[in-house]
Design a protein. Structure first.
Length: 542
């Protein structure tokens, strides 16, 4: 669609292609298996997947036996398919988490296609590498969260827009499918982005063409099945659940926020983007500055800037604002950063390169040093702190994780010094460094992290303390994630507000003395996650 002859590069050699594939595979696959569902987001997401597998009901998302209508079920269905196909080879939660890797792979593929389409041959891999290197992609994208499917949908939409003035049919199919995947995973935000981005692009002459209007028409037709079939089936099943999803938890929440909401966090994403989108943000800003005299005349910049601004504004004025919701903004920023590779000053590239080498080298040394001190049971301060935080976790030497950690470290050292001198070196080394830190965290430190973020030991302790004969268990102040893990690890399903009919009561936080006296409750168990001193749970018996 767009001509950037100065950006085009020779085709990648087989060696470079293999290295790029290894980098993507390592970044995507590390941390997907080998640990329990982690607080905060994974626990309730997997709870829905587990309930789906237990009940066989794939239409209505539910958690611990109760409908959970916050989001449509596409991501949960995908995770359930992976969990079912890979069981018993993998534990259910490990199999389900591979859905995250599946969507991450699609996201990298489509953002690579978009980079190639927008800026020429040889720029697809660069867009994917820059996205991998963004600090905001490091942790949350490896967990079981629905935002990853929305991210894939947005990547498909951007690639579809990039194709729209050249291949209307294919681009419309991609945009419509992307909107549908986003809608079926996170609700109405994807259609809102589609309408807003399309309207914004029509302000520019380059996009007011028959081809682009045809693309939008095809995209709308392709999105309609995604936008209508599940809501129709849900309404047929239960009009009450349909209204709870559509109005109470989505549209109505937006209207209530618009009238009575607090807008004190409207600049939250502006404040976190400098580190969340590093290094894509400064590189993208340089690309815009370098092309400032003609930036609004070039269709590729019109597309990426419109997409970023629409995402920033739309996501900043929603009822819920969280760090993970900023992930879609990394897509246009990574593509803008791709445009900067041919104009970036060598001094700036070298500075980013050395900053990455020193930063990731320091953190790698810190991770290795802390692990060795913990394993060798030294008397250092950091060892005492780690053991005080996790007194029940005893370090055990495991050959496979240790070998992987050593191999990743040595490979990083070799690659840092062997990657050829070029502007590309900075983004490649940054992505390699990010991947190294993640590999070390998910090999050397995985048992320690799992001990603090898993509910397994807590639920096992609770189960052992329960009477052998019991009817029902009431609950008070329990979160959705806790209910999910009680169901998964202990086959315990609690009933909210059923104190009068149940002889057992599980609470997060201690009951007041008056409540204990009124119901004649006495504590028979107290516990919590390892290393967590404030989040305590209490089991009472009447």
């Amino acid at each position: 669609m767009y001509v950037y002859p100065n950006l085009a590069e020779p085709a990648m050699t087989p060696t470079k292609t293999l290295f790029f594939a290894l980098l993507c595979f390592t970044w995507i696959g590390t941390g997907l298996i080998g640990h329990d569902p982690w607080k905060p987001d994974e626990v309730y997401s997997f709870g829905i997947v587990f309930q789906m597998l237990q009940s066989g009901d794939w239409l209505v998302p539910a958690l611990a036996g109760e409908p959970f209508m916050d989001k449509p079920p596409l991501f949960y269905m995908t995770a359930a398919v992976f969990a079912k196909l890979l069981s018993p080879m993998l534990q259910l939660h490990d199999g389900a988490r591979l859905a995250s890797g599946f969507y991450n792979a699609l996201t990298l593929m489509f953002i690579g296609f978009a980079g190639r389409e927008l800026f020429g041959k040889g720029r697809g891999w660069a867009a994917a590498v820059i996205l991998i290197g963004c600090l905001g992609m490091l942790v949350r994208t490896h967990f079981l969260v629905t935002d990853l499917a929305l991210l894939t949908g947005c990547a498909m939409m951007i690639y579809g827009y990039a194709l729209s003035l050249r291949r209307a049919l294919l681009s419309g199919l991609l945009i419509g499918t992307g909107v549908g995947i986003g809608f079926m995973s996170k609700g109405f935000i994807a259609p809102i982005l589609f309408v807003s981005i399309s309207a914004g692009l029509l302000l520019f002459r380059a996009w007011r063409t028959r081809e682009f209007l045809a693309t939008l028409a095809i995209a709308t037709l392709c999105a309609l099945p995604w936008l209508t079939i599940w809501p129709y089936l849900l309404y047929q099943r239960s009009p009450h659940l349909f209204m709870e999803w559509a109005w109470k938890l989505n549209i109505g929440r937006w209207f209530e926020f618009a009238h009575h909401g607090k807008f004190d966090e409207v600049f939250y994403y502006v404040k976190i983007l400098p580190w969340f989108a590093w290094p894509a943000l400064p590189m993208g800003a340089w690309a815009v500055w370098h092309a400032r005299k003609k930036v609004l005349q070039q269709p590729e910049f019109q597309l990426l800037l419109t997409t970023f601004l629409v995402m920033l504004v739309s996501l900043s004025i929603v009822p819920n604002i969280e760090e993970i919701f900023a992930l879609p903004m990394l897509l246009p920023l990574s593509l803008l950063a791709t445009a900067s590779l041919s104009s970036l000053r060598r001094g700036a590239a070298n500075a980013l390169d050395w900053f990455g080498i020193m930063t990731f080298g320091f953190f790698a040394l810190l991770l290795w040093s802390g692990w060795l001190n913990l394993y060798l049971n030294s008397d250092s301060r950091i060892t005492h702190w780690l053991k005080n935080y996790q007194p029940e976790v005893e370090p055990h030497f495991q050959l496979l994780p240790f070998t992987l950690a050593v191999g990743a470290t040595l490979l990083w050292i070799v690659l840092v010094w062997r990657v050829g001198r070029s502007i590309r070196r900075s983004v490649i080394n940054w992505a390699i460094g990010v991947t190294l830190i993640w590999v070390l965290a998910m090999t050397l430190w995985l048992p320690w992290l799992d001990g603090s973020k898993s509910y397994r030991s807590m639920v096992e302790s609770l189960t052992e303390s329960m009477p052998e004969k019991r009817d029902c268990i009431a609950s008070r102040y329990l979160g959705d994630g806790q209910k999910a893990m009680l169901h998964y690890f202990g086959n315990i399903v609690t009933r909210e507000g059923a104190e009068r009919s149940c002889k057992l009561l599980l609470t997060q936080g201690n009951l007041s003395r008056s409540d204990q006296h009124e119901g004649h409750w006495e504590i028979i168990w107290e516990g919590g996650r390892r290393g967590e001193k404030e989040e305590r749970y209490y089991l009472y018996q009447r």
